[in-house]
Design a protein around this ligand. Structure first.
Ligand code: GLC
Ligand code: GLC
Length: 595
């Protein structure tokens, strides 16, 4: 039990919150609740394709996002994740992850009514809306934080405050640093309040104390209010950090799972159409529990980011082998059939090389050296690198670093264009296709990160903005240039090539019933270590296989070796079939389906 001392009282307060939320729930959403209860696997269908964008960077305002739904439909998008859009603090705000009001939309973007109108517009087109909910922290400017700072006892208890370094120093012994460069340490001294505040992320993001039932009740209200705007999925930001205990790294503690199960239960009562997506960038053993277990009492999040797959894809592109990906994915535990991954190649964050020493050792490599190699490779420092990224948050104490950069720039498109080298440009585009083709085939919802469909390169204009210039993640958060997007209609342009490639991935994916998110992933392995082979089996929707050649030589694979009966080719990403043999040139792949 989370709040043993206040269980009954908290439950009563939550009942009031639920009653209000249910009374305020629009009839159209109540109808949606019924629809979803009758079709609980709606988010697992093979025609689900996500698109991730900042509303302002995509279109300016929420209203104008509505003007671009045809564009999204061309890409086969059925799930739109708009990055943080609630009112954030002014100036630096971590891309909106420093929320100053959960009840208002960021005024630049529009109003709550605009959000609800956009949701309705999406629903008319059979599209779903996902938005962020930042649970772990608020901005230092949030009214709760302002009151806490002024000494208000109720709000003091919303956060973690320490009069001196005694406890912070004890906690620090086992905490990691998320932003060692621009926000070292996990605590911030508040001169006026004469207190240390817990700040896992930036100094202006204060961690909430979820062991206080008031925080739970307040956030439950926030969450249900957002669901009542027509939000179909909430991306629960930075969930691992929601509970603290001395002597631990204060990540993924059992109470975090209890909190999420409790929030899930509230949602199931008051707004069953809305699902949860966990953002937990943690090792696989700690990640899969966020998807709950089969037991309904232990339902947690329906979706979670498959960070491992993303990292392994980039590792394989750099090394040209697929063996480590196979080894590592085999170790990821199966997830309950009512939950799914979201798979992705790029997002608004950096790429942290979550490759364990053990995974590296399975290849005979040293983990530290391999992670270091990936940083050198993707920052373009390694001699044969095709990538043009930058190191993010290099920590001289541990030697760890992460990588920023757009997918196109990391795949070599930027370099090939700068060199005016059409042969390399073709190869670079095939790299981008290869990694996205895995993300689209893995099962669950694939996420297309805004701009990748046009091959948008790194954007260095963030350096001129004082609120952004210290955070190079802004280099891969470009502003959509609709004149560039127009070029998708001009044959022969890179935009036309990539756009059609993404539209095709979505179309072909929708045809493969076996890609339903409830299916199981198998990694049968391959005789050639450069080849990834991935099989998905659904108990009554058939089977699917993907073969992908990450290496630099052409390989032949026998179709029979995949163990699919009467497989047919659904998408040939540069592969050709000759009787029972598939021939895969470098960076080619094939999708096969057996129904
Ligand atoms: C999440 C976001 C990241 C942000 C952090 C703090 O991990 O993806 O951009 O910096 O949370 O809110
Ligand atoms: C770390 C955190 C993750 C956050 C990211 C921001 O990976 O675990 O939550 O999004 O840093 O760069």
């Amino acid at each position: 039990m989370l709040y043993p001392a206040a269980a009954e009282e908290t439950w009563e307060r939550l009942n009031t919150v639920i009653d209000h939320a249910v009374a305020a729930r629009p009839a159209c959403l109540q109808a949606r609740d019924l629809m979803r209860e009758a079709e609980p696997d709606w988010f697992q269908r093979p025609d689900m394709v996500g698109y991730v964008a900042y509303a302002d960077r995509l279109a300016g305002t929420l209203r104008k996002v509505g003007d671009h739904l045809d564009y999204l439909a061309e890409l086969g998008v059925t799930y739109l994740h708009l990055m943080p859009l609630l009112r954030s603090r002014e100036g630096e705000n971590d891309g909106g992850y420093a929320v100053a009001s959960y009840d208002e939309v960021e005024p630049r973007l529009g109003t709550m009514a605009d959000l609800a109108a956009l949701a309705a517009q999406l629903h008319e087109r059979d599209m779903n809306l996902c938005i962020d909910l930042v649970l772990n922290h608020t901005a230092a400017e949030h009214p709760w934080a302002v009151a806490a700072r002024a000494g208000h006892p109720t709000y003091r208890r919303f956060y973690f405050f320490f009069p001196d370094r005694t406890l912070p120093d004890r906690y620090e012994q086992t905490l990691r640093e998320v932003f060692p460069t621009f926000a070292p340490g996990n605590f911030t001294w508040l001169e006026d309040a004469q207190q240390w505040a817990w700040t896992t992320f930036n100094e202006f993001q204060w961690d909430l104390d979820w062991s206080n039932p008031d925080v739970f009740v307040a956030m439950a209200e926030v969450m249900l209010n957002l669901a009542n705007q027509g939000v179909d999925a909430v991306r629960l930001d930075a969930v691992p950090f929601m509970w603290k205990r001395e002597g631990t790294d204060c990540e993924n503690l059992p109470e975090v799972h209890e909190l999420l199960r409790a929030l899930r239960a509230l949602m199931a009562i008051a707004a069953p159409a809305t699902i949860f997506k966990a953002e937990a960038i943690v090792p696989p053993d700690q990640l899969t529990p966020y998807l709950g277990s089969g037991d309904p009492e232990h339902h947690e999040c329906e979706l979670a980011y498959h960070n491992q797959l993303m990292v392994l894809l980039w590792s394989s592109l750099a090394t040209g082998e697929a063996q480590m990906m196979t080894n590592s994915l085999r170790r990821v535990a199966a997830i309950p059939s009512h939950a799914s991954w979201v798979t992705y190649v790029r997002c608004h964050d950096d790429i942290g090389w979550a490759i364990t020493d053990e995974a590296a050792a399975s290849m005979g490599w040293n983990g530290f050296d391999h992670r270091n190699f990936l940083n050198r490779f993707y920052s373009g420092e390694f001699p044969t690198s095709f990538a043009r990224g930058e190191v993010f948050q290099f920590n001289p104490e541990t030697g760890d670093g992460r990588i920023s950069g757009s997918a196109a720039s990391l795949c070599g498109i930027e370099l090939a264009l700068a060199d005016n080298d059409p042969t390399h440009l073709d190869i670079a585009c095939r790299r981008l296709e290869l990694v996205y083709a895995v993300a689209y085939a893995f099962g669950g919802i694939p996420l297309l990160y805004m701009g990748d469909e046009l091959g948008l390169r790194n954007d260095h204009t963030y350096l001129a903005d004082p609120a952004h210039r210290d955070d190079n993640r802004w280099m891969h958060r470009p502003v959509m240039d609709w004149s560039v997007a127009e070029r998708r209609r001009t044959p022969g342009t890179i935009e036309a090539r990539l756009f059609e490639m993404f539209a095709g991935l979505a179309r072909d994916r929708a045809k493969c019933e076996a890609l339903h998110g409830a299916g199981r992933v198998e990694l049968p392995g391959s005789a050639d270590p450069h080849v990834l082979s991935l099989v998905r089996r659904h108990p009554h929707r058939g089977s699917f296989a993907m073969i992908a050649n990450f290496g630099a030589a052409t390989v032949a694979v026998s179709i029979a070796s995949l163990g699919l009966e009467r497989a047919r080719l659904v998408r040939s990403g540069g592969a050709s079939v000759d009787a029972d043999t598939m021939v895969l040139p470098p960076l080619a792949y094939a999708w096969l389906s057996a129904e």
